[in-house]
Write a protein that binds this ligand. Structure first.
Ligand code: FES
Length: 149
């Protein structure tokens, strides 16, 4: 065997060992960094889960409809207007705390107890309610309706 063949044989073995070392290093880095990344990203999701209420898929909610939900253990209402706009409001009437309901025909919120009326922005427009309804921030992310607590 000539000397140049031996050098190329050593280089091949050296390259092979470098390759194995590199693969091992990247594998080790992946096994350390991926769980770390997963932990950090799941922690972020938990924070989001605490801050927002998931109210389902936007495309599955009909136009001119409503959905009752709870926010901080109190009734709230999500409304999808005729224009497809989403509104989230407290459903607790500001008169004597009855639960208000969406009235499609009037395009308004009505309290069944004393017939108080609110517009879709929550403003008290007729009847005994003394104050407007509390509004909540609502937005759509990846077609999921989210309301900030
Ligand atoms: S409780 Fe709603 S109008 Fe009286």
């Amino acid at each position: 065997m000539s000397e140049s063949n031996m050098d190329s044989g050593k280089k091949t073995r050296r390259d092979f060992l470098n390759y194995i070392f590199s693969v091992g290093l990247f594998g080790w880095l992946g096994s350390v960094l991926y769980p770390l990344y997963s932990f950090v990203s799941s922690s972020k999701l938990k924070i989001d889960d605490i801050s927002y209420i998931n109210l389902g898929v936007n495309n599955e909610m009909e136009i001119n409809s409503s959905k009752l939900f709870k926010i901080n253990k109190k009734p709230a209402i999500l409304i999808k207007t005729k224009d497809g706009e989403l509104k989230a409001l407290s459903a607790v009437c500001t008169h004597l705390q009855c639960t208000v309901q969406f009235n499609k025909e009037e395009n308004a919120l009505r309290c069944p107890c004393h017939f108080g009326k609110y517009d879709l922005s929550g403003k008290n427009v007729s009847g005994p309610p003394p104050n407007p309804l509390t509004q909540y921030e609502v937005f759509v992310k990846n077609d999921i309706i989210l309301v900030r607590k």
